[in-house]
Design a protein around this ligand. Structure first.
Ligand SMILES: Nc1ncnc2c1ncn2[C@@H]1O[C@H](COP(=O)(O)OP(=O)(O)O)[C@@H](O)[C@H]1O
Ligand SMILES: [Mg+2]
Length: 311
């Protein structure tokens, strides 16, 4: 698999290996990296440098399992209830129950977020408030993924990513969602088209109906173009200054890392109703979007991981 977006990750590995007299072989367009120093051999695949155990990696990738592990460890986390698609559900009665999904909808007046249980980058993360929307979202996700997870929708005021290595925070940044400011004349659609990227515009047409796009925001009114915080969908990373918020995010992320037994991870924490909770644990540390703003920081974080790998 060729991943053009992997540039900073690969460049850092190459630079590190050159400086540390480590022989390196890159295959599959950068997807696979083999590093050798004397008798020490290390592999990297995708964004995984091999610091995490197979179990920690699997738990992190399984949104529902991860939420369960965190809840059982007493770490505040957004619940993710697992439902299975046709291929898996025949082994476990009730695991595909639309009625159970409907009960979650009944219990959550602000709606639900339905997403692939093993998804990344915000694809197929769908907010629903009605039974019809729920059924459509479930069908869309299960057409492409073997299972899905359902969470209560929460109004996220801030989402922060903590990049951790062995309970040490390497980088902490907030994610600012794309938005426009109204002028009292132009429609939301016109404002978005004038400022948003093609990628952002794609999600806008999925999230907003025609009436919402044609409405004219008031002069000075700020409107979000995406309720999700994915950097791939146009959110911008903003480094967090030292202070109480940063400390709270780091402490929560460290508890999540300890509960899941993960060493090198990017952990997303969200503030909703004034309380911080874990949204997800990512075992692959992907920092391409951040690298465009802060290349030196990203290089230092990957170098720290490589130091851990070669000691
Ligand atoms: N329960 C939820 N309530 C509100 N927003 C959510 C919820 N779950 C996810 N989101 C939003 O959607 C984005 C993507 O969801 P996430 O669980 O991180 O999936 P992915 O692994 O695809 O990034 C998050 O960054 C957040 O902004
Ligand atoms: Mg995410």
């Amino acid at each position: 698999m060729v991943l053009i977006s992997q540039r900073i990750f690969l460049e850092t590995i190459k630079k590190y290996c050159l400086a540390h007299e480590i022989a390196i072989e890159v295959r599959s367009g950068g997807w696979l990296v083999i590093m050798t120093r004397d008798t020490t051999r290390r592999l990297a695949i995708g964004y995984d440098v091999g610091l995490n155990s197979a179990v920690a990696h699997q738990v992190a990738n399984d949104k529902s399992a991860c939420a369960d592990v965190l809840a059982l460890a007493g770490v505040a986390a957004i619940p993710h209830t697992l439902f299975l698609g046709a291929k898996l559900s025949k082994h476990i009665p009730g695991s595909d129950s639309l009625e159970a999904m409907q009960r979650l909808l009944d219990q959550n007046p602000h709606g639900l977020v339905v997403k692939p249980n093993e998804g990344t980058s915000g694809e197929f993360v769908i907010r629903v408030t009605t039974r019809a929307q729920l059924e459509t979202a479930v069908a869309r996700i299960l057409a492409a993924h073997p299972s899905l997870a359902i969470s209560p929708y929460v109004e996220i005021a801030d989402e922060v990513r903590v990049v951790l290595l062995d309970a040490r925070a390497l980088i902490v940044y907030g994610k600012t969602r794309p938005s426009v400011v109204g002028d009292g004349v132009q429609s939301l659609r016109a404002l978005a088209q004038a400022s948003a990227t093609a990628e952002q515009l794609k999600t806008i047409t999925e999230d907003f109906d025609a009436a919402a796009l044609d409405a004219i925001p008031l002069a000075g009114e700020r409107r979000l173009l995406n309720w999700r915080h994915n950097l791939d969908a146009g959110a911008e990373p903003v480094l967090l200054a030292d202070g109480a918020t940063r400390d709270a995010c780091v402490a929560l992320a460290i508890s999540a890392a300890q509960a899941t037994g993960i060493r090198f991870a990017s952990i997303d924490v969200v503030c909703a109703d004034g309380a911080w909770q874990v949204l997800e644990v990512n075992s692959g540390v992907k920092m391409e979007a951040l690298g465009r703003h802060h290349p030196a920081l990203v290089e230092a974080a990957y170098s720290a991981a490589l130091d851990a790998l070669f000691t």
